[in-house]
Design a protein around this ligand. Structure first.
Ligand SMILES: [Ca+2]
Ligand SMILES: [Ca+2]
Length: 188
């Protein structure tokens, strides 16, 4: 065998080795064992906070007329958080009083003020919260009443009264009370 022939064999041998390496490299991806894949997902949805207040009639207004010392009246209101998140209820109260006409007995007593005297005379008792005059609640309101979600309607019996210690100063006077019920997310 000539030197030239030996070189040709050596060259061919290198080529075979290179092809074999390439086959091993291509086959590496086909040797996996059992596998399994499960797809999952996460969804995010905000809950709701939805207050319903009942007991104020179709017009949303309670009206009391011809009141006098010694008067009292109970009124049931219902409060319901029909949402899905627990809330805390508070009320803001804005009272507007008027003396209207100045009757002779009021004039005699010197009680004909612009805003009248009825807001100081009428008391409202709220179960669990106490008894206040309308004037005390004005601009202060009540708060901190827990109201769980989907707990059903809660009934509260409010008692309005004018003590018989009140006198002529309230004659013909009036008071309009604007109440706003606010439900806030608990713990916020
Ligand atoms: Ca008056
Ligand atoms: Ca008055």
């Amino acid at each position: 065998m000539s030197v030239l022939q030996n070189n040709k064999k050596a060259a061919a041998g290198i080529g075979v080795a290179a092809v074999a390496a390439a086959v091993v490299a291509l086959g590496a991806g086909t040797y996996a064992a059992f596998t399994d894949t499960e797809d999952t997902q996460a969804t995010f949805a905000a809950g709701s906070l939805d207050l319903e207040v009942g007991g104020f009639g179709d017009a949303g207004t309670l009206q009391f007329a011809d009141l006098a010392p010694g008067w009292s009246e109970e009124h049931v209101v219902s409060i319901d958080n029909v949402g899905t998140i627990d809330g805390v209820l508070k009320f803001t109260v804005d009272v507007t009083g008027s003396d209207n006409t100045c009757t002779e007995p009021e004039e005699t007593d010197g009680r004909c003020s612009t805003n009248g005297d009825l807001a100081e005379a009428i008391t409202v008792s709220v179960p669990g919260a106490g008894t206040y005059t309308l004037a005390q609640l004005d601009d202060e309101g009540l708060g901190g009443i827990p109201l769980a979600a989907e707990g059903g309607a809660q009934s509260y019996t409010l008692t309005f009264a004018i003590p018989d210690t009140v006198g002529n100063e309230i004659q013909s006077d009036s008071a309009v009370v604007a109440i706003e019920a606010i439900l806030e997310q608990a713990g916020s």
